[in-house]
Design a protein. Structure first.
Length: 356
């Protein structure tokens, strides 16, 4: 982070006066811009905290292509800063950290979180974490130096990617790729964001705020689903990488051994003793048939965006380090409790050889 002053890229003043709450979004990649866009439609005043040298990228509006409408929306009502200390006069109602689990723990990510912690430590501002990983909540609480009850878990339900990722499909011929920054695809349910249920009233408040956008809505989900079932998806991304990222339909049909390995590793993660009875129940439910049905349906729901092309870009690239770290943490957690993890260890071994 540099010491350059915060710089606005929209005519909106950087103040809390204007009716809507102020929201700070840490990170302005596809996830951050998608969130900021929808929250702005809801009446929030959005400020992005970006890396040093990134402010210039936001001197112009962000152009957002919607797969559903095949239209480009112009997102200009935001502010941007590259150092949290220039935002001390702001009364942020929410802080959303879009860094993945590995990026959060990196030296740069840690430094950014420490800056944000100094900004909000003496307030009651809740923090929404979008990264995943065992022990990540403890890391955030320690690094931000805030109580754990101020840490909420959130997940983007909308698929969002940079147009330069090379996976933009279904666009009108008249729309050149260079005219778009971010591409978004909502599920048929229009659930663009999910937040884990917890005690603070802030969960309900944020869900209501996001849903006021009129084009996307936020729902709450059981925290046990987030903490237990969430990690069970990562073996599927791992075997997809080993198979070359075919569609789930082809993966299941032409790579039955890899598919079974993913399902077995998923079951081992769910049955880890630390997941208790809820994990055992989930392992009985999330068998190969249910897992297949879920991902095949998602593949159809997200068309014309090719789901596995998106997963290759996102899980095979941007957050791959986070994903593999989660698999290793799950294996270590199980072994510490004398829980056999042969499928997951086999999968990790294959990934290591594949990376070489």
């Amino acid at each position: 982070m540099t010491d350059k002053p915060a710089r606005a890229t929209s005519p909106l003043p950087m103040s809390s006066t204007g009716g809507g709450p102020e929201v700070l979004i840490v990170g302005a990649g596809a996830v951050g811009v998608s969130l900021g866009y929808h929250l702005t439609l809801s009446g929030a005043h959005v400020t992005f905290l970006v890396r040093a040298g990134r402010i210039a990228a936001f001197d112009r509006p962000q152009r957002i292509y919607d797969y559903d409408t095949e239209a480009v929306d112009i997102f200009s009502a935001f502010n941007v800063a590259d150092n949290a200390r220039f935002l001390r006069e702001h009364d942020f109602r929410f802080v959303i950290v879009t860094l993945d689990g590995a990026s959060s723990r990196s030296p740069e990510g840690t430094k950014t979180l420490q800056q944000v912690g100094r900004l909000i430590r003496d307030t009651e501002t809740p923090v929404l974490m979008n990264g995943m990983g065992l022990g990540l909540r403890d890391f955030y609480a320690q690094t931000l130096d805030v109580p754990q009850d101020r840490l909420l878990r959130g997940f983007l339900g909308t698929l969002a990617h940079q147009a330069r990722a090379g996976i933009l499909t279904g666009q009108p011929a008249a729309l050149p790729p260079e005219s778009v920054d971010i591409c978004i695809k909502h599920p048929p349910s229009r659930v663009g964001y999910r937040i884990a249920k917890s005690g603070p009233a802030a969960v309900k408040e944020f869900a209501e705020l996001y849903s006021r956008s009129g084009v996307s809505r936020c729902v709450t989900i059981d925290r046990r689903i987030v903490d237990v079932v969430g990690n069970a998806a990562f073996p599927l991304y791992a075997v997809s990488e080993l198979a070359g990222w075919p569609s789930f339909e082809d993966l299941i049909a032409t790579h039955p051994e890899l598919w079974q390995l993913a399902v077995d590793a998923q079951r081992e993660i769910l049955r880890t003793p630390s997941n208790g009875w809820f994990g055992k129940l989930a392992s009985l439910t999330m068998g190969p048939r249910v897992t297949s049905r879920i991902h095949r349906k998602m593949e159809q729901d997200m068309k014309p965006l090719e789901l596995q092309a998106f997963n290759k870009f996102h899980h095979g690239g941007k957050v791959r380090e986070q994903d593999i770290r989660i698999l290793r943490e799950c294996a270590e957690d199980g072994l510490r409790q004398s829980h056999s993890m042969p499928a997951l260890l086999n999968l990790l071994n294959r990934l290591e050889h594949h990376s070489r």
